[in-house]
Write a protein that binds this ligand. Sequence first.
Ligand SMILES: *Cc1c(COP(=O)(O)O)cnc(C)c1O
Length: 433
Amino acid sequence: MTTTTTLQDCRALDAQDPLRPLRELFHIPEGTLYLDGNSLGAMPRSTPARVAQVVTQEWGQDLIQSWNKHGWFSLPGQVGDKIARLIGAPPGTVVATDSTSVNLFKVLSAALSLSAADHPGRKRIVSERSNFPTDLYIAEALCKERGFELVLVEPEDIAAALTPELAVLMLTHVNYRTGAMHDMAAVTAAAHAVGALVVWDLAHSAGAVPVDLGSAGADYAVGCGYKYLNGGPGAPAFVWVHPHHADRFWQPLAGWWGHATPFEFTPDYRPAPGITRYQCGTQPMISLAALECGVDTLLAAEAHGGMAALRRKSLALTDLFICLVQNRCQGHGLGLATPMDHTQRGSQVCLTRDEGAYAIVQALIARGVVGDFRAGDPSTGPGRTGTKDILRFGFTPLYIGFEDVWNAVEHLRQVLESGEWRRPEFNRKHAVT
Ligand SMILES: *Cc1c(COP(=O)(O)O)cnc(C)c1O
């Protein structure tokens, strides 16, 4: 990547890209340049037919027999095993179930119980102020219920927050606003050194960056099905618990799908061994089938170099985007919130601007370039990146190419140079940003 990179260079990079054929696995609407796969992944071409089959054949014809005949009952574990391959977890340790928020409630509660047993008296959870709000709300609610305190810090202050008072460190691996990525192994080791447990949220990591929960020695993890896993709107999320911890405590939503023998219908609860106890009630089969199609698109990359190849391409795409923005959009007040250092970058690039970030994103969407906007948080403190409004662009290497990056930056340049973003229709706020 140099300052003289041209459209022709980008086309040449696409022509040499070993992952290029995977784009055909997706339906990308004509005229859309989709840079929001970090918020809602694109639809795999296989999904409509698979969902139709579940509805018309499995439900419509085979009805209740499908629980056995079509393996419905074991689908959360089957999809979980596929997700496990993407996050460095052995088979049988992940289930696809419920939402990220609900799974976080389950694992955080179990982590508090584990900490209370091993280190009674510790009453503190630490997280990042700029963590995704639902994670903080869930932690806040649990703190109220269990008599813990939630302490929020800036990323650079995490190390100092690792003290013998700490029960649980709860972090999102890749920050949703900035795309900054933690060193999972180093942070986990530092937390363990003070006797704390670590809960990782992989919402912006699973299917986006290589994750190795096993070698990082992590304790608990949750993640999202509808972002980089392409599972569709509201897709089931997933949950992983280190096998050493899984059997030590109940999770608080003890439902019959987490029972050791659910079909004995006993009046008392006996938790299933391992991750199965993290299931609660009956799971959405149509949504799980769609999620499986999404996860299969990532497993299809295994024949083309897998997560390592996806990561190489993702970094090349984000490097190119940053370089082109810096060269071709200079003088328009854009800043960069995403780290330049590859070891600290997820699969998205976030630009900042003091004024007009929302309207610029709207003007881009009107041109078919779909990114999104995230408002700044003034409480973060003066001089911090978190105070600024963000233009967020996700790069899903399964279906985004180098020419796409060129075109996206060209649209951004035109929107800024023409001042088109100042038009009133781009300055009206919608309910979902
Ligand atoms: C997207 C995301 C969620 C989503 O939670 P839901 O329960 O699916 O609404 C949670 N946490 C993080 C860090 C996210 O990025």
